[in-house]
Design a protein around this ligand. Structure first.
Ligand code: ADP
Ligand code: MG
Length: 391
């Protein structure tokens, strides 16, 4: 099994350029790339003023584009229907659906007073779509970066991430927190991104231990619940905070949650217990990474997964199985910790392991998961990668 099968960025770029030539007959004026992300810990708390600890992964959406002198944007992406976006004063929702991520980002630039020129663009991607690795944020951040090139302007990185998040809220209908777009925009080689979601400030945490590997395992299942499920979780956390009577989860303690248990009812109580516990775990885990001390990391990742499964109810049998396979291999076999990552209801797990045993671990995860589910998972290793940029 190849652990780093990620197509190098240069190959993706050359593929995108050839497609632009093939479909639109033009040479690329700009090539933009933005990565997906994997979150090590801090799940479902970016919208609760919590801390999250993601990294950008070596998987990218790459766009090759050229001005077309028309009053429209024409888009092609492998495996998707062509999208044409007429450039009115204010771009709105339309079909096909994937074009809405692009429309949302264009609308963000229009709202800042930019006149968008017509252009043609071809997208290629090594970020699995719907795999919990934030292909949607990669798409938004890549488009925002492309528009920076086309408009000869540079947004502040935080502004770019927030513009991308707004596109996801208003054009994809997903009320996500700030993690995904921040990770895709701020990603840096060999650095984790500790995001304080209350202040909206990212802090880079070096990840340079040559003995460790980060394994991402896409279960290749995606359960339909996700859309409504996400919004319902957000609502539960808002109700929990209201029951506690505080303005921010950052000021809430487990004692506050216990005290409000009766008023909350069981479901909101469990959601609240997850939020407070996960914020604590993420702060502790960030310290582990800063100090290069991983003694506690397995316990923290396990507690995070258990809480997401039992209290937040966003896991699924396939995620639980993938995590339990990694746990079976265990510390003696080189696994430090494993948990579901991203929004849940399918998608991927993240496993921290010793590099020496990484190949064997990935092979065992692949074989045992396939044997139990009859589904072929996609497992790869990644180092923290560079965020959205023009090539
Ligand atoms: P995730 O962000 O976890 O991958 P989402 O459901 O949030 O999953 O986003 C997936 C959606 O993003 C797809 O349904 C599609 O609309 C869009 N998308 C992702 N990758 C691409 C791509 N390469 N080309 C076109 N659209 C894409
Ligand atoms: Mg997404």
């Amino acid at each position: 099994m190849t652990l780093h099968p990620n197509e190098p960025l240069a190959d993706l770029a050359s593929d995108a350029k050839s497609q632009l030539k093939h479909f639109f007959g033009s040479e690329a004026s700009f090539i933009a790339a933005a990565p997906g992300r994997v979150n090590l810990i801090g799940e479902h708390i970016d919208y609760c003023d919590g801390f999250v600890l993601p990294l950008a992964i070596e998987r990218y959406i790459v766009i090759a584009a050229a001005p077309n002198g028309r009053d429209e944007v024409r888009l092609r992406s492998v495996g998707q229907p062509e999208a044409v976006i007429p450039l009115g004063e204010k771009v709105g929702l339309g079909e096909p659906k994937w074009g809405n991520y692009v429309r949302g980002v264009i609308a963000g630039f229009q709202a800042r007073g930019h006149q968008i020129p017509g252009f043609d663009a071809c997208f290629v991607s090594s970020v699995p779509s719907g795999g919990g690795l934030s292909s949607s944020a990669a798409l938004e951040c890549a488009v925002a970066t492309l528009l920076e090139g086309l408009l000869d302007t540079t947004l502040d990185t935080k502004e770019k991430a927030l513009l991308a998040q707004k596109a996801e809220h208003e054009f994809a209908g997903v009320p996500c927190g700030i993690m995904d777009q921040f990770a895709s925009a701020f990603g840096k080689k060999d650095q984790l991104i500790l995001i304080d979601c209350q202040s909206g400030e990212p802090e880079l945490v070096p990840f340079i231990n040559p003995d460790l590997e980060i394994l991402v395992a896409n279960t290749c299942v995606s359960h339909d619940l996700s859309d409504g499920g996400y919004a319902a979780r957000r609502k539960d956390t808002e109700d929990g905070l209201a029951a506690i009577g505080k303005d921010s989860w950052r000021d809430a303690t487990m004692a506050d949650v216990e005290a409000a248990k009766e008023a909350m009812g069981d479901r909101v109580y469990r959601r609240s217990r997850h939020v407070v516990g996960e914020i604590e775990r993420t702060i502790t885990a960030a310290e582990c990474f800063k100090n290069n001390d991983y003694a506690d990391i397995g316990r923290l990742m396990k507690a995070s997964h258990d809480s997401l499964r039992d209290d937040f109810n966003v896991s699924c049998p396939e995620l639980d199985l993938m995590v339990s396979i990694a746990e079976e291999i265990g510390i003696g076999g080189g696994v430090l910790g494993s948990r579901m990552t991203g929004g849940g209801f399918g998608g991927s797990t993240v496993t921290l392991c010793r590099r020496e045993e990484a190949r064997e671990i990935a092979t065992a995860m692949h074989e045992r998961y396939l044997a139990k589910t009859n589904i072929t998972p996609e497992i790869f290793a990644t180092r923290p990668a560079q965020g959205a940029h023009l090539l």
